[in-house]
Design a protein around this ligand. Structure first.
Ligand code: NAG
Length: 222
């Protein structure tokens, strides 16, 4: 009986570890390389032979260049994750630069695999996140240059430029591959679309309203 519990507990502990965050690396680094399509990808990508790693595997240029915010949301996210920096593979960390036009919005979204800490470098942002059910408490703050704010893993959050000038923020995320789910895009812009009957009932509106939302172009700035 005791050993059965031990096995169960160990399996549970392993499972929750794997699901909770990027794994702690068992080597100095594991520079990502692409492998044949039928290969297995476990906790990241395949590793380059460490002897072949170079400084460029750990390097990214251009985060001083503003993103193009000429879009319907007035924001743009420039990522620096394992897709841009292969040396981040298995290390559980990444970075983004976010540019905001005056009154630009980084719309409500969530990172399924990462907590985020954002620092305002220029301008002022109204930011917030919503806690999970049943409270769904909205926690907000107005941030100015030099201020930092945390968005806990998985929670829906946003940033809105309340200033009359461009704003810039950098954010660190606790995954090499944080993932993004933009709420409006996922709900109203899925491919194929979610049935209008489902959305009409879920949002307690008529189908015409759902049709209108589904016909929108849901800009993806992330
Ligand atoms: C920014 O994006 C807009 C809309 O796509 C485009 O018209 C414009 O040329 C872009 N500006 C720059 C500097 O790339």
């Amino acid at each position: 009986m005791g050993s059965k519990y031990l096995v169960f507990f160990t399996l549970f502990a392993l499972a929750s570890f794997v699901l909770a965050s990027d794994p702690s690396p068992l080597q100095d680094f594991c520079v990502a390389i692409d492998e044949p399509k039928d290969a297995l990808f476990v906790n990241g990508k395949f590793c380059k032979d460490p002897m072949l790693a170079t400084a460029d595997d750990f390097f990214l240029k251009g985060l001083n260049i503003p993103g193009n915010t000429s879009n319907q949301l007035g924001s743009f996210v420039t990522p620096a994750n394992v897709a841009q920096i292969p040396g981040l593979n298995t290390l559980g960390i990444s970075l983004v630069r976010i540019d905001y036009a005056p009154y630009g919005l980084n719309p409500p979204h969530t990172h399924p695999r990462a907590t985020e800490i954002l620092q305002v470098v220029k301008g002022s942002l109204y930011v917030g996140f919503v806690t999970s059910n049943p409270d769904n408490r909205l926690i907000t703050k107005v941030l100015y240059e030099g201020d930092a704010f945390v968005f806990p893993v998985g929670l829906i959050h946003f940033q809105f430029n309340i200033g009359k000038t461009q704003a810039v923020a950098f954010a660190a995320l606790s995954s090499q591959n944080p993932g993004v789910i933009t709420i409006a895009n996922a709900v109203f812009g899925s491919n194929p679309p979610i049935s209008a009957d489902v959305l009409a009932k879920a949002f307690q509106v008529n189908k015409k309203f759902v049709d209108r939302l589904q016909a929108q172009f849901w800009m993806d700035t992330n």
